[in-house]
Ligand binder design. Structure first.
Ligand SMILES: Cc1cc2nc3c(=O)[nH]c(=O)nc-3n(C[C@H](O)[C@H](O)[C@H](O)COP(=O)(O)OP(=O)(O)OC[C@H]3O[C@@H](n4cnc5c(N)ncnc54)[C@H](O)[C@@H]3O)c2cc1C
Length: 425
């Protein structure tokens, strides 16, 4: 090993960035590689799609984040190959040898084999996808104004969200508030009785894993907000014109939003890493890959169980694992054994809309205004960058006091389309 061991980190999301921070002031030569030149605060992505926030308010330039981290360099590039035997990473046509590798490449949407989902549904995983979904929703309203055909109007004004987990619930609430608030004012001639927001969940409750009281609160609240929540409604097919349920029901729509699941970044399997059915790498308690003590996997890409249950794919897990992997690399460099990782669960929060959220923290369950305030504070504090925090706060306050959404621009661009074959509304 050289004087300064070479550490390559793939992915500058929550896991990768926090791993870089853990190594920042150590005698290592660290290289952080990401295909984007910014870090995305994914927990607020649904607000970009719901015209509440600008994309740049939830993104932060990686180079700015690294300014005070002398040991870490950045390269913008798509990692296509990791050669586990030669210990090199290939990105942007160049190869980078490593002594230690931290993989934090995150996850992609998982369509569970539902026919047509990959082609016709709108996923919500990247900034571009958030922008593409916002364009789609606003374009539907623009098109419907001059659409005489009743069936086609129904399609344009029906928005189906697949998946009643946190992202589905948060987006359904935000979309309902966008429609019943600012869009009602924007489209005075439109009959809003025609507009439908449908939330489809295959299980018999929303927000699986949260206490029943919180699940029931979320269900009641969304229904009060006009969201048509359908439980035990597994989706069997998505077409350009409709979403089909397994019981034969067809819901005509041009906009199906997929929030039903994610799987580990598929490239990990191609690189020869052992992955499970969800495409995640089953790591040792130290976060190392079996038989590869020089490779760590963290965040959504890592599968690890604690107290008999897999750790969830959420930001705090990725952050704590990134930090732990960084510390373990330093321990190995110093000749110490890596320590097992243990996640300190601080709780879960999901917002539903104005003054309405659910939170399960410090072993206690909250609903309504206190939970909403807690959600706002936690997300604001955790957002990277003072400017971002300020602008998000201004946008939230504007929305709260004036029932307005600041960002209602349709900015279509071919390269901005989040997926191939995205239908024009
Ligand atoms: C819409 C949405 C809402 C969410 N809401 C919440 C929430 O409210 N609370 C919560 O705790 N969690 C939430 N999550 C989950 C949370 O965002 C993830 O668990 C977390 O981002 C995982 O961190 P990560 O570092 O593993 O991956 P990511 O943060 O996804 O980062 C992966 C990075 O790797 C890069 N990358 C991937 N492959 C390559 C490659 N081949 N070459 C170069 N770069 C690559 C990507 O560009 C990305 O920057 C949400 C997720 C989504 C999608």
């Amino acid at each position: 090993m050289r004087d300064r061991p070479r550490v390559v980190i793939v992915g500058a999301g929550f896991g990768g960035l926090w791993a870089a921070r853990a190594l920042a002031r150590s005698p290592v030569d660290a290289l952080l590689i990401d295909r984007c030149n910014y870090h995305t605060f994914l927990p607020l992505l649904y607000q970009v799609a719901a015209s509440e926030l600008e994309p740049e308010e939830i993104a932060y330039p990686i180079r700015s984040a690294l300014r005070k981290l002398p040991a870490v360099r950045f390269m913008m590039g798509d990692v296509r190959t990791v050669n586990l035997t030669a210990r090199v990473v290939e990105a942007g046509g160049q190869t980078f040898p490593y002594d230690f590798l931290i993989l934090a490449a995150g996850s992609v949407s998982h369509f569970f084999g539902v026919a047509g989902a990959a082609e016709h549904a709108f996923p919500l995983k990247t900034l571009m996808q958030g922008g593409a979904l916002r364009n789609q929703i606003l374009s539907c309203f623009e098109r419907v104004v001059y659409e005489p055909d009743a069936a086609r109007r129904g399609q344009l004004l029906t928005f189906a969200i697949v998946g009643g987990g946190p992202t589905g619930v948060e987006f359904a609430g935000a979309l309902a508030e966008l429609i019943r608030g600012p869009l009602v004012k924007d489209y005075p001639g439109l009959s809003f009785r025609e507009v439908q927001v449908v939330l489809l969940e295959a299980l018999d409750g929303l927000l699986p894993g949260l206490p029943e009281r919180l699940q029931a609160y979320a269900l009641t609240r969304l229904r009060q907000m006009g969201v048509d929540v359908r439980l035990r409604a597994p989706v069997s097919q998505i077409t350009r014109e409709a979403v089909l349920l397994r019981d034969g029901t067809s819901i005509p729509t041009r906009t199906v939003i997929w929030t039903a699941g994610v799987r580990g970044e598929p490239l990990a399997q191609a690189w020869g890493l052992p992955t499970n059915r969800a495409g995640r790498v089953a790591v040792l308690p130290t976060l190392q890959v079996p038989d590869h003590p020089e490779i760590y996997v963290v965040g959504d890409l890592a599968h690890i169980e604690q107290d008999g249950r897999p750790l969830p794919m959420i930001a705090p897990v990725a952050i704590e694992q990134g930090e732990a992997a960084g510390r373990n690399v330093l321990r190995q460099i110093n000749g110490d054994v890596p320590l097992p990782f243990r996640y300190r669960d601080r709780g879960t929060m999901v917002t539903i809309g104005r003054n309405a959220a659910v939170a399960c923290v410090w072993g206690r369950a909250f609903t309504g205004f206190p939970a909403w305030l807690l959600w706002l504070s936690v997300h604001l504090v955790n957002l990277i960058g003072f400017r971002n925090r300020l602008f998000v706060l201004i946008n939230w306050a504007w929305d709260y006091f004036f029932y307005e959404r600041a960002v209602r621009l349709i900015l279509p661009a071919e390269e901005g389309r989040a997926r191939s074959g995205a239908p024009a509304p």
